[in-house]
Design a protein around this ligand. Structure first.
Ligand SMILES: [Zn+2]
Length: 112
C-alpha cells in the first residue's frame, strides 16, 4: 500500500540523491577557487560558506565538510523558495550568480 506520504518521501529522497554530488561540487569549488574569478554574488556566497564552515568545524571537526554538503542537499526543496521567503522576512534576497565569466557558472556549464 503506497500512501501519498511514501510518494513524497521518495521524491524528497531522489531530490537529495540528485543534489548531493552537485552540492559537494559547488561547495568544493567555492571554497577552493580563487575568489577573483567569481562574480560578486558568488563571492558573497563563498564568504557565507566559509564562515558557516568555520562554525561547523568548531562543532564537528573533520566531519564539518561532509555535514555541510549533506545539509545543503537536504535543503534542496527550499532553495527555489528562498528569495520569496527572504523578501517576506524583509531581508534582501541573496545575490544571484551573474554568470558570464564567473568560474562557478563556467565550470557548471562544463560539467553539464
Ligand atoms: Zn557567479
Amino acid at each position: 500500500m503506497i500512501t501519498p506520504f511514501d510518494v513524497l518521501l521518495a521524491v524528497y529522497g531522489l531530490g537529495v540523491a540528485y543534489h548531493l554530488p552537485r552540492s559537494r561540487d559547488r561547495l568544493v569549488l567555492l571554497t577552493n577557487c580563487n575568489p577573483t574569478e567569481l562574480c560578486g554574488g558568488c563571492r558573497d556566497e563563498r564568504r557565507r560558506v566559509m564562515h558557516e564552515g568555520m562554525e561547523w568545524e568548531a562543532m564537528f571537526g573533520d566531519f564539518a565538510g561532509p555535514f555541510m554538503v549533506l545539509l545543503d542537499a537536504l535543503a534542496w526543496y527550499v532553495k527555489p523558495l528562498l528569495p520569496a521567503l527572504q523578501r517576506s522576512m524583509g531581508r534582501e534576497p541573496r545575490a544571484k550568480c551573474s554568470k558570464g565569466e564567473c568560474l562557478a557558472w563556467t565550470s557548471r556549464k562544463a560539467a553539464a
